[in-house]
Design a protein around this ligand. Structure first.
Ligand SMILES: *[C@@H]1O[C@H](CO)[C@@H](O)[C@H](O)[C@H]1NC(C)=O
Ligand SMILES: *[C@@H]1O[C@H](CO)[C@@H](O)[C@H](O)[C@H]1NC(C)=O
Ligand SMILES: *[C@@H]1O[C@H](CO)[C@@H](O)[C@H](O)[C@H]1NC(C)=O
Ligand SMILES: *[C@@H]1O[C@H](CO)[C@@H](O)[C@H](O)[C@H]1NC(C)=O
Ligand SMILES: *[C@@H]1O[C@H](CO)[C@@H](O)[C@H](O)[C@H]1NC(C)=O
Ligand SMILES: *[C@@H]1O[C@H](CO)[C@@H](O)[C@H](O)[C@H]1NC(C)=O
Length: 928
């Protein structure tokens, strides 16, 4: 039937909370309301109150037993916490133990190795942080002799993984296959891999009930919904393939149940718009009932619903889907999920002859399509926003995602070795239009393939695929991080010719994870590895429909996505060193956080560039280290940043040591941003080149703590130079220069990711650093195609009448274009400066920057009165979270006053912060 008409709703319209499931007379005890204690079986002197959701470090910190784990060298000094077992205990004497009720313990997340007991009796042991666990404890409870108490003993994950690694017959991989940071053996656990350390984060390996937990009590014949799958796709759609956009929608709902679903049960659906006006309702068909799941589907006429679009490409239309399970007249359960209508496909089909005729290189596509349209994916990589997930608040994540939207990003890759994101994060992404390329939690290692491990993974994958599938922001499932481009080549290098490693890789990432995606959803594409050359074969009549291409490549053809790191900063701006592919899914370089951020975590006497605390918080270790249980030497990363600053900028040498430290931190950020800009412009220009490059997601969006990392946003939300520069270069229509400094060839291109052609004028003018014009401005009219690029200028710097030590080229464009999915015309402006690579060699002079603040408009203005200012920076004092409309720009005297708006996200200074804003530029580095 077609769900396009209105049905009488009287029996179904009971008010329900979003995302909750209430079955008739089920009673649910939220275990966050119980009184918990935390103790260690190995250290009887510690007994503090505990909480849920939480982790032992957080509860010990709250009780004053340990200092702030993020302060100083807590990462190393608190290892004793990690080496102990921790027991969370709650008195459940309020529970109804009367006969006839079936009682379940329901855990949405236990981190990680536990032994659970109730009334002193063993209930179960668990070993997977990412699974939902549920246990029928009715018989234990009914035989409970005293008042019931629940006890969960968390083992030390560091010790337990070491024990597993030492089991006889356990897998051992070739040297260097395991990416090792602090604690070894992470591949043996189903726990956040970065809990054992990463090159941007600490290793606390916390333990605790990290997600909500409940006691659910059911009278006989009632049920409780513990997880809901909602899959919305176009009729006939198959994973990884572009569907027919004129086909009707199918809504498939599948509820995972505690209790038993009667074989006579039926399901109905009501679809409401965001104001709760019903747009369609009726019964679900094709009902399938197993003991613990009930599934049904319905066809929905596409005319009744508006599409959901990502940020910048249209509106984020959302609907409520209320699914009700009934048996005869009785409502057994009802659940409401917010979702949307969209298709999102990772298109990896072969390049067609029509595409070849457009000048696209042969090979395969590798790009995303939203609602049938190619688009340019602009964004970054999201890592765990905290080493302790229970303290990640919705407020903080909203602020972060506002920065993502402000930064002109439309996609984040949710990196594979943290934790599956909580629903509230996907909810925020649904509202803001941020696509989340999501990954299973495997990365930079190969993993065991014994049946017990694979079964554990299967449960974890099914739970999470079903849990988050209703979010329209979900863009993709990838098996893991850097597997085909890094781990398999590593295994081949150290164990040449041994096919075992690839077979084992396929056992996990194709035979287990792919069916978990394809078996639960038709709306989401799957790739086994974040970086991949895609498939050789996709054939749905095969038992496993996907056969990977690996290096089975034809020369001259282009296939997959790229991952690029090069820490030799001398080649940072050599365009030939960047990969040519269809999509750039990670690339980057680290920088220091600001002084304000360092001050949150480091003693004042350690606030200098190579202090031991700062060096030890840099976890960018040499490759292939060995675990010694000592502080690892991380001077490598510090050295790389220093070399880059020395090569490209006047190195700060201020007499005041704090000022000098701050300037050094800031200059490392300038190099980072400059390097990313060079790559992003290169990748974006590729949209009109033979590689038809359609995405760049830089490494990494945000920080997990206060440290030197690849992030563009610091731990408390403060923007580094990078986030401003990315915001600038992710605008829809940009101009940028491309310089081959070997040959002197300099070109400028206008690149657009609008979906229709645009036209405008590029104005180019050579200036001296004193701000004087060296030649009349040249105006060049241009047109640029949809998702394309066009060259507007070409010269050879060996034959220009200027010396780059005292001349630079300023480029501006004004473009008339039509924003995607609108009929309006809009003017797009963008500015770009081409200058000598080494700014310590150019003739910088005092730009005479003048900053003012206008209370009326709430805007700042800045003016360069006496010379050209490179990398102007407005700095916000500690304590206020705010960002400017633009920052980290160049300013010439001829620009006059530049007005800059500001977005304040959190201010504890009652507005006083504006008085503490300072302005500087690279010129300041030259001052003593
Ligand atoms: C874990 O291992 C450490 C180091 O070998 C040891 O000191 C500690 O007692 C062990 N913890 C447990 C719970 O066995
Ligand atoms: C530590 O925890 C693990 C996992 O729950 C358990 O197997 C082990 O017996 C515990 N050890 C102690 C001393 O409590
Ligand atoms: C729609 O209903 C949900 C509960 O199902 C409620 O949370 C939400 O506020 C309602 N929205 C409006 C606009 O009334
Ligand atoms: C980009 O524009 C060029 C020049 O107009 C054109 O030849 C080319 O086919 C376009 N590429 C695509 C993919 O549309
Ligand atoms: C720069 O020029 C050199 C020498 O001709 C050439 O090999 C290289 O490919 C060029 N690089 C780019 C990015 O065009
Ligand atoms: C540019 O000027 C610098 C500094 O005055 C000088 O060292 C260099 O040789 C000049 N380059 C050219 C190509 O004239």
């Amino acid at each position: 039937m077609k769900l396009s008409s209105y049905f009488p709703l009287s029996s179904l319209s009971s008010a329900l909370l979003i995302g909750t499931a209430i079955s008739q007379s089920a009673s649910v005890l939220d275990l966050s309301t119980a009184k918990w204690t935390l103790s260690s079986p190995q250290n009887e002197s510690i007994k503090v109150s505990g909480s849920v959701p939480s982790q032992s470090h957080l509860d010990l910190y709250a009780a004053g037993v340990i200092p702030d784990p993020y302060y100083g060298l807590g990462d190393f000094d608190l290892r004793w916490v990690t080496y102990l077992n921790w027991t969370y205990e709650a008195d459940l004497s309020g529970l109804d133990t009367s006969n006839g009720l079936s009682t379940w313990l329901l855990f949405n997340g236990l981190d990680t190795f536990t032994s659970i007991s109730l009334c002193g009796q063993h209930v179960a042991s668990t070993n997977n942080q990412f699974r939902q666990y549920y246990f029928d404890v009715s018989s234990i409870l009914s035989s409970c002799s005293s008042s019931p108490s629940l006890s969960i003993n968390f083992g030390s994950s560091v010790n337990i993984t070491a024990d597993i690694a030492n089991e006889p017959g356990q897998e051992k991989w070739p040297f260097a296959v395991e990416g090792l940071f602090e604690f070894p053996n992470r591949q043996f656990m189903r726990k956040e891999q970065s809990d054992f350390g990463w090159d941007w984060g600490p290793a606390f390996a916390p333990a605790g009930i990290w997600q909500p937990a409940y006691v659910v009590q059911l009278p006989s014949s009632s049920i409780y919904v513990r997880n809901t799958l909602l899959d919305i796709y176009r009729e006939g759609q198959l994973n990884n393939l572009p569907p027919d956009q004129s086909a009707p929608w199918i809504v498939n709902a599948s509820l995972d149940i505690l209790g038993t679903v009667p074989s006579t049960a039926s399901m109905s659906i009501e679809i409401m718009d965001i104001d709760n006006t019903t747009v369609a309702s009726g019964s679900l068909e094709n009902i399938l009932i197993s003991d613990s799941t009930i599934t049904g589907s319905v066809t929905v006429d596409g005319e009744t619903c508006q599409l959901w679009w990502p940020n910048g490409l249209g509106a984020q239309n959302l609907y409520y889907f209320k699914i009700t399970v009934t048996d005869g007249e009785q409502i057994l359960a009802s659940v409401t999920k917010r979702s949307g209508f969209r298709t999102i496909v990772l298109n990896m089909t072969p390049i067609s002859s029509a595409q070849l005729a457009q000048g696209i290189a042969p090979g395969n596509n590798w790009h995303f399509e939203i609602n049938g349209h190619e688009f340019y994916a602009k964004g970054s990589n999201f890592i765990p926003p905290d080493a302790f997930w229970p303290r990640v608040t919705e407020t903080k994540m909203r602020q972060l995602f506002e920065s993502v939207v402000d930064g002109n990003q439309n996609m984040l890759r949710v990196w594979a070795s943290g934790a599956y994101s909580p629903d509230f994060l996907y909810d925020i992404a649904d509202e803001m239009g941020i696509l989340l390329w999501s990954e299973f939690e495997f990365g930079d290692a190969l993993y065991p393939v014994n049946e017990e491990f694979l079964e554990n993974v299967r449960e974890e994958a099914n739970y999470n695929v079903r849990r988050v599938n209703h979010h329209p922001s979900l863009a993709l499932w990838a098996g893991g991080n850097e597997l085909e481009n890094l781990e398999l080549p590593e295994a081949e290098y150290y164990d040449p010719g041994n096919d075992k490693w690839r077979q084992e890789y396929e056992q996990l990432f194709l035979d287990v994870l792919l069916p978990s995606v394809y078996g639960n959803t038709k709306s989401i594409s799957y790739i086994p590895s974040s970086t991949t050359n895609g498939y050789l074969v996709l054939n749905f009549s095969l038992p496993i429909p996907m056969i990977e291409r690996y290096n089975n490549a034809t020369p001259g053809s282009i296939y997959g996505d790229t991952d690029h790191y090069d820490y030799v900063s001398s080649v940072a701006f050599n365009l030939s060193s960047y990969p040519v592919g269809r999509f750039a899914n990670e690339f980057g370089f680290h920088s220091m956080p600001s002084l304000q951020t360092w001050q949150q975590a480091v003693d004042p006497d350690e606030l200098y560039f190579n202090s031991s605390t700062i060096v030890l918080r840099n976890h960018h270790y040499p490759a292939g280290g060995t675990f010694t249980d000592n502080y690892r030497n991380s001077s490598l990363g510090m050295g790389e940043m220093t070399v880059a600053v020395d090569q490209y900028y006047p190195a700060p040498n201020h007499a005041d040591s704090l000022q000098n430290f701050s300037a050094w931190c800031h200059t490392t950020q300038i190099f980072q941003a400059d390097f990313y800009r060079s790559q992003i412009t290169y990748y974006r220009r590729g949209s009109g080149f033979r590689e038809r490059q359609l995405g760049s997601l830089y490494w990494q969006l945000e920080d997990i703590w206060q440290a030197p990392t690849w992030a563009g946003i610091e731990y408390d939300g403060r923007w580094k130079v990078l986030h401003y520069v990315a915001k600038d270069i992710y605008q829809p229509v940009i101009i940028a220069s491309y310089w081959n400094y070997t040959t002197g060839d300099l070109t400028a291109y206008v690149t657009s990711d609008l979906w229709t052609g645009a036209s405008g004028t590029a104005s180019l003018e050579w200036y001296g650093y004193d701000g004087s014009s060296l030649a009349p401005k040249v105006d060049i009219p241009f047109t640029v195609g949809a998702l394309n690029t066009t060259m507007v200028y070409e010269v050879n710097t060996n034959y220009i009448p200027y010396n780059l030590t005292n001349a630079f080229l300023k480029m501006n464009i004004t473009t008339a274009g039509t924003p995607v999915n609108t009929n309006d015309t809009q003017v797009y402006k963008h500015e770009y400066y081409f200058h000598a690579l080494d700014l310590s060699q150019v003739k910088l002079q005092d730009p005479g920057l003048v900053l003012s603040y206008d209370e009326g408009s709430g805007n700042f203005t800045v003016e360069a009165t006496t010379g050209v200012a490179a990398w102007v920076w407005l700095d916000i004092p500690a304590g206020t979270l705010a960002n400017f409309d633009s920052n980290a720009f160049w300013l010439s005297p001829s620009d006059g006053k530049k007005e800059i708006g500001v977005t304040v996200k959190n201010d504890t200074s009652a507005g006083k912060w504006v008085e503490g804003v300072t302005v500087s530029s690279l010129w300041n580095n030259t001052l003593a």
